[in-house]
Each structure stands twice: as C-alpha cells, then as structure tokens.
Design a binder for this molecule. Structure first.
Ligand code: ATP
Length: 221
C-alpha cells in the first residue's frame, strides 16, 4: 500500500506558459488532493514540431509563472538534457528516486487523446497515474477515445481522487477544470500580430516576453 501523498507532474512545452496551464495545475492540486506539483518544461519534445523558443527561456517563464505558489516546484532536468525529452524517461528517473510514492502525470484532454503516439506510451501507466483535465473542444467521454487508448485504460478509470493514494501508479482519473480556451499557439499568433496578451498569462511572463522579443514573428519564420 502506498502511503506518501501523491506528487503531481505537469510536463509541457510552455511556449509560452499561460493561465490555462496555471489553472490546470491549481485545479488538479485541489481536485486530486496533491500537496505538491512539479512543473517539467520539455527540452526538445520528440512528438511535435520543435518549440519556437529556447529551453532556457521557456524554463525561466515557468519559474516566473509559478513563483509565489508554495505547492509548485520546477524540474529543469528535461531542459538541461541533450537530445529529445521523452516523458517515459522522465518518469523512470522520478520513479527510481521515489520508489513508492504515487506519481500523477497531469495533462489536458487534447494531450490524453494523443497519448498512443507517445514513445513507449503503454509503460507510462506502469510508472504513474494519469490525471486528465477537461479542455474546451476535446471530448473526455471514453466512447470518443481512440480504440487502443480506451483498451489500455479499461479497468483503470476512476472519478475518486483517493484511488491515487492507494497505489504508486496505474489509475486514470479525469477532473473538470474551469474551461479556458487559451493555448500557447493563440498567444504566439497574437504576439506576432502585435495584439495584446494581457490577462491571458501572468504579467511577469508577459514582461519577460517583451524584454526578450520572443514571439515577434509568426510561427515558421
Ligand atoms: P500549443 O498551443 O503550442 O500546442 P498548449 O497551450 O497546448 O500549446 P502545452 O505546453 O503543449 O501548451 O501544454 C502542456 C499541457 O497543458 C498539456 O497537457 C495540455 O493539454 C495542457 N493545457 C494547455 N492549455 C490548456 C487549457 N487551456 N486547458 C486545459 N489544459 C491545457
């Protein structure tokens, strides 16, 4: 029986970090009863196009975004690692350091629906639980999931946060969060078009973006 409180993990490109990420983390903390949540900015994600912005900048923006929340910490290992980051490798590292601690890998519904494309994805559930947040535009009812994902999750689903304490890994718990139709792509497009992003992300992140001219041009240029 696992006894330690679950540790929440939120990976992402965070290119840039925004209030959708922050509310996902904060509402996961409450809904899934996670006293601690680690943010893990990706270095070079293998399953999607390269991030616009250097890992060091994305890490610094996450640090600024989470400053002041005592439940949040930042894990910089992926941004320091050479080569692509794989979530499964990160979970193996954390599992080796915390053999019995329940780990809860957090993600939005869009990421969850694409899970079967991730490197060694079936092993993720041997290493951690999944905590899946609702996201506008993405279905979270299992009839609409890809068949192999639905099969892999069969018998693992629960709506009760307490199952996350009972074992170190292997359960899938969905939770609803305040719907925020904010994405990093939307923010990059607004910034490149000279439009305001105020109130879509924290001011210290916006100031950092302005100082370093991070998204002055559209994606792909
Ligand atoms: P992009 O627009 O570049 O694809 P993104 O805004 O989806 O980026 P990521 O860094 O890819 O940001 O997301 C990290 C995690 O946060 C993912 O699991 C994603 O599902 C989740 N997430 C991001 N924005 C939201 C949101 N508005 N609501 C719920 N979950 C979100």
């Amino acid at each position: 029986m696992a006894e330690a409180a679950p540790l929440g993990l939120l990976g992402g490109t965070f290119d840039p970090v925004h209030y959708g990420h922050l509310r996902l983390a904060e509402e996961a903390r409450e809904a899934l009863k996670l006293p601690e949540l680690r943010w893990i900015p990706a270095g070079q994600p293998p399953h999607r196009t390269a991030p616009r912005t250097a890992a060091g900048h994305r890490l610094e923006m996450v640090r600024r975004a989470v400053a002041g929340n005592p439940a949040f910490t930042v894990d910089d290992a992926e941004t320091r690692a050479p080569g692509p980051s794989f979530t499964v490798t990160t979970l193996e590292r954390l599992r080796a350091a915390l053999p019995d601690r329940p780990l809860v890998l957090l993600m939005g519904a869009d990421a969850f629906l694409g899970l079967a494309t991730w490197h060694r994805w079936r092993e993720l559930l041997d290493l951690a639980h999944l905590g899946v947040a609702t996201r506008p535009g993405f279905p979270l009812s299992s009839e609409e999931w890809p068949a192999e994902l639905a099969r892999a999750c069969a018998g693992r689903l629960s709506e009760a946060a307490d199952v996350l304490r009972a074992s170190p890994a292997g359960r899938v718990v969905g939770f609803s969060m305040t719907p925020l139709d904010i994405s990093a792509s939307l923010l990059r497009a607004r910034l490149a078009g000279g439009l305001s992003v105020r109130y879509l992300l924290p001011d210290p992140v916006r100031e950092y973006i302005e100082t370093h001219h991070l998204y002055d041009t559209p994606d792909g240029r």
